[in-house]
Design a binder for this molecule. Structure first.
Ligand SMILES: [Ca+2]
Length: 144
């Protein structure tokens, strides 16, 4: 349902701007080549991002803490980025709005911090759809 909402919302936004939606292998290659993500868990990253955001960089959804989750990795303003709803605690130090643009450099860096603390259990999209599956299928044909 969340993904469906993200896709519908995304289609609406795309008509209004050039906001970016990644292809599956495009994301895998960028995380691997430009952000030094390990090969072993690339499938988990792509699967998680698919179910969290539909691989769209501009998705913003309400979270259970009264704030929002932002961007392709749906990073929360509860702990990680700074939003009007949660202006103080921001371990990744930057404004949540910077997680909605087409440049995923800071998204990728922050997601590593989230993953280091909680593993992929930080993301319900991963828990509900990717955990226990053969996530390698998401990147097996990406040539890496
Ligand atoms: Ca960004």
């Amino acid at each position: 349902m969340k993904t469906l909402f993200a896709i519908i919302f995304g289609l609406f936004i795309i008509t209004a701007s050039n906001a970016k939606v990644y292809e599956r292998c495009e994301l895998a290659l960028e995380l691997y080549n430009e952000h030094s993500y390990g090969r072993q868990y690339l499938g988990d990253w792509v699967c998680m991002a698919y179910y969290e955001s539909g691989l769209a960089t501009f998705v913003k959804n309400p979270n259970s803490y009264g704030g929002n989750d932002y961007g392709i990795f749906q990073i929360s303003d509860h702990e990680w980025c700074r939003s009007p709803e949660n202006p103080d605690v921001a371990e990744c130090t930057y404004d949540c709005t910077s997680l909605l643009d087409e440049d995923i450099n800071n998204d990728a860096a922050c997601a590593v911090s989230v993953q280091a603390r909680y593993g992929f259990f930080a993301w319900s999209g991963w828990v509900n759809n990717c955990q226990g599956t053969n996530t390698e299928n998401w990147v097996a044909d990406c040539g890496i």
